[in-house]
Ligand binder design. Sequence first.
Ligand SMILES: Cc1cc2nc3c(=O)[nH]c(=O)nc-3n(C[C@H](O)[C@H](O)[C@H](O)COP(=O)(O)OP(=O)(O)OC[C@H]3O[C@@H](n4cnc5c(N)ncnc54)[C@H](O)[C@@H]3O)c2cc1C
Length: 373
Amino acid sequence: MLLTPKHIEFQDRVREFAQKEVAPLSAHLDKTGEFSLTLFKKLGESGLLGIPFPKEYGGAGLDTLSYAIAVEEISRVCGSTGIFVAAHISLGCSPIWIAGNEEQKQKWLIPLARGEKTGSFGLTEPNAGSDAAGTETTVKKVGNKYIINGAKRFITSGAIGEVITFTATHDKSKGSHGISAFVVEKGTPGYSAGKDEDKLGLRGSITSELIFEDCAIPCENLLGCEGEGFKVFMKTLDGGRISIGALALGIAQGALDAAIEFAKNSGQHKEQSIQGLIADMATRVAAARGLIYQASMLKDAGSPYTKEAAMAKFYAAEIGMWVCTQAVEICGIAGVTKKYNVERFIRDVKLTEIGEGTSEIQKIVIAREILGK
Ligand SMILES: Cc1cc2nc3c(=O)[nH]c(=O)nc-3n(C[C@H](O)[C@H](O)[C@H](O)COP(=O)(O)OP(=O)(O)OC[C@H]3O[C@@H](n4cnc5c(N)ncnc54)[C@H](O)[C@@H]3O)c2cc1C
């Protein structure tokens, strides 16, 4: 798919940023699980934390396609930084952009999009993963406050999130119609982050529990209307799937780059079987990119894109896993050491098959769009 000169120029700029600022840190972030405040600031200063939002709301005023390109380029060198950017934009900022009123956008979206604050998104719970409507975190309105009790888990940037959007139910018997979306700010009494997960991959991205114990938030922190939170979060996830697809694609491209480098260095590239494998890997990566660009362009055109976003995420994550597996095999023992980074890529890419809806759930979404509910 042909990119416009503007998109190519943007891609070159992000690629240069990723090579200069992100690549040198990627092994360290993976090893230590540290959050780099310096890198966060640089991402913000480069406009990479508010790419698809209008300039008047602190964003870069670019389109979804540019956003997907950026996540791919960053993830090509560091999946942990890729998911940080994707979660900040798609999960931290987007619910406020989608459902926030003007005052909420001024208060929260602008500092998030400028990269002055970190954002996160609490949907998943111990008993509500794929079945997100199973939310058990409760909300009760008392005077002009909402009182929240419950816990979220596996939340990207949870412990470092300063503006957190989350869901809670007024009445579990109403299912998804009983769920509302809210914002809580770090430091609010009764709100805290619990333990960080010790994950297989994307280890440089912090993933935490969020705990609400009689946490009182002002009524002004309701996003949209009461009972519409589930809809807001599902709309958020539609867009988020494009970015997780781009994350998987970037990791796959990084693994392909490494396999090509290894094959050339070792002379294996002269063997027909390796040539065939590299061709197969490159073709699948290109097909995933096509699906991601398609979903991005549909979103930018204001057309329905639920099915295409699910296809893009599903396919990119699946081929990502396959491409990284082949890359490890091509590199042999070098593939299971740190030398070519493929050992990190294969651990990182596995998580893209799970986050923002597993591959099974993507297939359900795709089939429902094709066959009807
Ligand atoms: C890296 C990463 C980052 C994440 N970040 C966030 C975040 O920022 N915020 C957040 O809220 N959550 C986040 N999550 C959580 C993620 O959204 C959930 O892990 C995901 O929705 C799956 O939920 P679960 O792990 O509870 O699996 P479960 O729902 O328990 O599923 C277990 C298995 O059963 C299968 N399954 C479940 N239901 C069905 C069905 N109906 N049909 C067929 N198969 C089914 C699933 O496919 C899966 O294989 C993150 C996860 C990862 C891996």
